[in-house]
Design a protein around this ligand. Structure first.
Ligand code: 8YV
Length: 321
């Protein structure tokens, strides 16, 4: 009989991750990459020592209450933790970890892509050429907003925000940010701090969200906050859909208050919001911020590093509960 800890991996992860996991653990894989229902997830968790889930598996307080005593650690394959009720997990004595740092470059790349794509009307242009309906050209055709030299507001200056700031400076953007605490001047690297979120919004010709979804931030980007932006601002979100009042965003995109949006995340996933999808001035991707080959390996390895530390009796580096 195997003495290796039993590890449930809820989704199909990178090949390298699954190979490495099988060297140390008695792994339960999901080769079909089926999204488990809450009942199936609970069932699969019954006789395992550890779970390596993605943000697609919800560990609500109700779910946590039904988890078995045997389950000791949830090593997330995500930096976001809004799918986990951390207080409930902590109370139950289940260790929780995440995967910070390793996905910051990939996510900042997608933020840049969305910012450029929204401002320069990428989905409209792509659609036009692809559909075979591109029948004329003129200097007044598909004119967009120039990115170079504009003011970029960043909400949440963690690792992704800092890399976004660096990349945006490559486009000569003037970077402003709001964060719970001001960064050191070395980390700020010229970015202008706004202690007050409203003050940041009032200067943000481009606005990009890089903060986690918590009870405090949920729905913060609402009609009142949108009204503070300069007219015609461009909005980018690669963080979480829960930060946004989507109805208010749709109204602003229709009125032109927000001239364009680049979105990778939505209130409802998978699927997104059909009302947003009906607007030409939205450039949309299906939550692929961290989806690069390099980053998928790095996320999987980081989650395994946390598991290995735990089962070696050490403190996992990325312990959050
Ligand atoms: C991941 C994410 O794709 O890490 C996060 O919080 O939202 C994404 O980058 C996803 O969580 C993978 O499990």
């Amino acid at each position: 009989m195997s003495t290796q800890p039993i590890l449930l991996i809820t989704r199909k992860l990178s090949k390298n991750t699954e190979i490495r996991a099988a060297e140390t653990y008695d792994v339960r894989l999901n080769p079909e990459d089926k999204l488990y229902t809450p009942d199936e997830l609970l069932q699969k968790c019954q006789d395992v020592d550890a779970v390596l889930p993605c943000h697609s598996e919800l560990f609500s307080a109700d779910m946590v209450a039904m988890l078995p005593e045997r389950l000791k650690i949830i090593a997330n394959h995500s930096v976001g933790l809004d799918h986990c009720d951390l207080a409930a997990l902590k109370e139950k004595g289940i260790v929780v970890t995440n995967t910070p740092e390793v996905l910051s470059d990939a996510t900042a790349e997608i933020s840049m892509l969305l910012m450029l794509g929204a401002a320069r009307r990428a989905s409209e242009g792509d659609q036009l050429v692809r559909s075979g309906k591109w029948e004329h050209w003129s200097p007044s055709f598909m004119v967009g907003t120039q990115v170079t030299g504009k003011k970029l507001g960043i909400v949440g200056m963690g690792r992704v925000g800092q890399i976004m700031s660096k990349r945006a400076r490559g486009f000569d953007m003037e970077v402003h940010y709001h964060n719970r605490t001001r960064l050191s001047s070395e980390l700020e690297d010229g970015a202008i701090f706004h202690e007050d979120l409203d003050s940041l919004l009032s200067v943000s010709q481009f606005l990009s969200l890089h903060c986690p979804a918590t009870p405090e931030t949920t729905g913060f980007f609402n009609q009142e906050k949108i009204a503070l932006l300069p007219d015609g601002a461009v909005f980018v979100n690669t963080s979480r859909g829960a930060l946004v009042d989507e109805e208010a965003l749709i109204n602003a995109l229709k009125s032109g208050k927000i001239s364009a949006a680049g979105l990778d995340v939505y209130l409802s996933e998978p699927g997104g919001n059909p009302a947003l999808a009906s607007l030409d001035n939205v450039f949309m991707l299906p939550h692929i911020g961290s989806a690069t080959f390099e980053t998928r390996d790095a996320m999987g390895f980081r989650a395994l590093d946390n598991l290995d530390a735990y089962f070696a009796g050490k403190e996992p580096n990325d312990r959050v509960a």
